[in-house]
Design a protein around this ligand. Sequence first.
Ligand code: 4NP
Length: 158
Amino acid sequence: MKTRILFVCLGNICRSPAAEGILRAMAARRGLSERVEIDSAGTYGGHAGDRPDGRMRRAAALRGYDLAHRARQIREEDFERFDRIVVMDDMNYEAVHRLAPSRELACKIHRFTEFCRRHAECTHVPDPYYEGREGFERVLDLLEDGCEGILEFTMLNS
Ligand code: 4NP
């Protein structure tokens, strides 16, 4: 069975497309590409059609991740299509909740940091947009940690 995972942040040009690229690469390395479908979206649609932010693409490329996504806004149909909707921070968690068509479908919404193990103290993945290089590295550290957790959780529960 295939598990469908949607990552969500604000603009869909930094955090969520990076999570998408990282999880896709991790799944491929373990021969699990056929078991997961991965996508990402933003709660804000102003960057729709854009490639991921150049700073994030460069930082991710140095760790071996190719971010090929084009930004899009989350839509109601995503709640039917995906099994898990994994959100980066509280503001976007609230926004995704407001969009959920029903309480049952809202149960698919998770915070990304629920899956982190090496950063168990973290409650959100901080927005790096107005940060320097360190902000992007910090985000990638968190995303690699949580994506490992998501992959293991997904393999155990599907
Ligand atoms: P993201 O980062 O939510 O991780 O994609 C941001 C991208 C764009 C903006 C804010 C955060 N913005 O204000 O346009």
